[in-house]
Design a protein around this ligand. Structure first.
Ligand code: ATP
Ligand code: MG
Length: 162
């Protein structure tokens, strides 16, 4: 993607992008997969059913992952060796405390170039890697979501306007 196109996409994500379907969320994920620098964690913030896993599925597909990407709630994380990048998809929902994450040895598993997607990043406390990007999912109605990209955990998202 050309630099100006990338800058436009990032600006749109910062302002908040509307998705009106799971397929649209997957397409947004593909756009971000092309932009996110290697060796970056992307924290996916949002309520149950917000579309975090749907986003991860689109992101994985864009990287060329052919395996079926499902919610790794019980395994905590799944590793996909995509052609150009290692993708690790984590769902921290069931962690009892941030310290529990240490025993997973996740940080030892990452092999450059990698991308780490984290659902329920709040459960990791301050254990997210430096430079983590943050994507906030706002549920507007049954089929609409708004996605805000931030470089910090606080969204300061504008009030919802469907
Ligand atoms: N615009 C949309 N984007 C994403 N998902 C949508 C959208 N509209 C409706 N949905 C539906 O919302 C649900 C999102 O489920 P998903 O598992 O991705 O959520 P999640 O954020 O990962 O939830 P959890 O916290 O339980 O893991 C799916 O049933 C999907 O079909
Ligand atoms: Mg999920």
């Amino acid at each position: 993607m050309k630099n100006s196109a990338a800058a436009n996409t990032l600006a749109a994500f910062h302002a908040g992008i509307l998705s009106r379907s799971p397929a649209a969320t997957a397409a947004l994920a593909a756009a971000l997969a092309r932009l996110l620098p290697p060796d970056t964690a992307l924290a996916l913030h949002g309520d149950l059913g917000a579309g975090k896993t749907a986003f991860a599925q689109g992101f994985a597909a864009a990287l060329g992952v052919t395996a079926i990407v499902t919610s790794p709630t019980y395994a905590i994380f799944s590793i996909y060796e995509a052609p150009a990048r290692q993708l690790v998809h984590m769902d921290a929902y069931r962690l009892n405390s941030p310290a529990d994450a240490d025993s997973l040895l996740l940080w030892d598993i990452l092999r450059s170039p990698w991308t780490l997607l984290v659902e329920w990043p709040e459960k990791l406390g301050d254990r997210l890697p430096d430079g983590t990007w943050h994507l906030h999912f706002e549920i507007l109605d049954d089929t609409s979501r708004r996605l805000y990209l931030r470089r910090e955990a606080d969204c300061h998202c504008p009030p919802a306007t469907p």
